[in-house]
Design a protein around this ligand. Sequence first.
Ligand code: ADP
Length: 261
Amino acid sequence: KLDVRVSIRSNDEIGTLAKAINDLAMETNRYRSNRREFFANISHELRTPISYLQGYAKVLKQGLYQSEKEKNLYLEIIDQESDRLVHLINDLFDLAKMEEGKIDLSLSFIDIGGILESAIVKLKVETVKKGIELEVISNNVLPRIKGDPIRMEQIFTNLLSNAVRYTEQGKITARAFLNKQHVHVHIEDTGMGIPEEEIPYIFERFHRVEKSRSRQLGGTGLGLAIVKNLVELHNGTIAVESRVGQGTTFLLSFPVERGAE
Ligand code: ADP
């Protein structure tokens, strides 16, 4: 901890300088404790799947199961937990690149409606399995916007898979429309919602409304942090409206560049 406190409280230049030093010290401390927390989170997130892998591999190696069915269950867990590890490592790597500004977007003029459709197709199996309806309402005269098609699809896939993950029944609706030289995308679900006091934090790395529930449902806790970074790299904005027990809507907007139509 940086224990610099300059206790000069005058309104002259020295006073201003003292305040600047104190602010800087406070910011450095905040940065250090964030960093510490971040690494503690990473090691926890990595350790959990690894301990499953070790545990179940040992059980299988020693033949400590009663039936073929039980054995297959353990193999399934090993499979899921290794997927989770790969997912987590990819997400961490992506986020690190974004935060250092080292991510290269492959920019072209892209069709948001089409990208939304292809993100949705990939989630069909999951929604059918859960009995959730999934609908896209897209205006087919949307102008193209400048963006990276793969990253844009990643934005939609992350938000839609959250919608599926946190919705038990009902419907997910993705809307794309043009308003005031911006292409807007609203992703709405009828799921469990997010408590109001949690909303300011959900875009932070590893922040989860309910830690264990979210882990059980397969999240890494990095999805929304990645989404926010990617939206901002596209000069876009993201906001959220939510009601506990009723549902959540993520509202995105991207500027249409002149000449893009
Ligand atoms: P996770 O991998 O845990 O889903 P995210 O960064 O994608 O991490 O989301 C952060 C947290 O925000 C989630 O753990 C969940 O509590 C909450 N959340 C995100 N999307 C939704 C949604 N559509 N409905 C309800 N809660 C959500």
